[in-house]
Design a protein around this ligand. Sequence first.
Ligand SMILES: [Zn+2]
Length: 329
Amino acid sequence: MPVERINNNVYRIPVPLPNNPLRELNAYVIRGREQSLLIDTGFRLDACRRALREGLAELGIAREETVVLLTHMHADHAGLAPEFVAPGGGIMVSAADRVLLDKFSGDNRPAREGLNRMFIAAGFPPEELRTIARSNPALSLASVAPADYQQLHDGQVLTFGGHRLHCILVPGHTPGHMCLYLEEEGIMFTGDHVLFDISPNITAWEGVADSLGDYLNSLRRIRGYEVRLALPAHRKPGDMKARVDELVAHHDHRLAEVGRIIRESPGIDAYQVAGRMTWSIRSRDWSDFPLTQKWFAVGEALSHLDYLRVRGQIVRTRDDAGIDRYESA
Ligand SMILES: [Zn+2]
């Protein structure tokens, strides 16, 4: 797949994501005279590695001049970063996502145990969780090689290839997600914060009280920027303000649906809530859902439940079996 030229010194390298509904990662490059910036990388898979290597070669960029920046810690963005960053150079990422990268790197057992605890309390059947742990490629590929990092912070300005990039911290999709803004050109690299033909997954995180609330605040924040071209990490660009409005409306609708489910079935757990929510996936009913999709769906349900609970609309009680049950306040 050829490299696409977007703007003066700004390029897109399409990186295939095999067997993944996201299909491709858009890795963006800002080519500079001495140093070039690579934004996001791909899974630690040969297909990704090859596409990225060929794309950078086509642009004439050597590893020694490559600075790697991650919009966030997910493995389809971070997986190959240690292999492509210049030797001795640090991978640029926010402080919050750096913590998660460390947690999920290597054998990542503590991270998996934390996730397991969260999903068991959500009412996810343990035998289904065990099957997912064996088979879910998104989870087994989550491992990122340990690396050196360089901390990015909100408001920081970087310069590459004559462009000034403003770093904008937008927690939600991950606790430390970053967007990058080229103010002069009106270009926004949105990462997974704003995607145009799919909704970014918003899940609960250990240690984050209200990730959906954070996400909605971050959507409102990003809407304030004048953007001529919004470049997402997956799929095609689009009109950012219109899309932000759609995403806010989508979650409002979802929150109303979750509130109604709780009113109708007090004492329900998050797994059951997810089973009653409407999903775009083609499947006859919840029991037919592919397990991986169930896992993402329960994560989404949890983030919506947290949002309502933090605002006093529902209450959560842990039962004797260690499962959290919800009812209207
Ligand atoms: Zn992501």
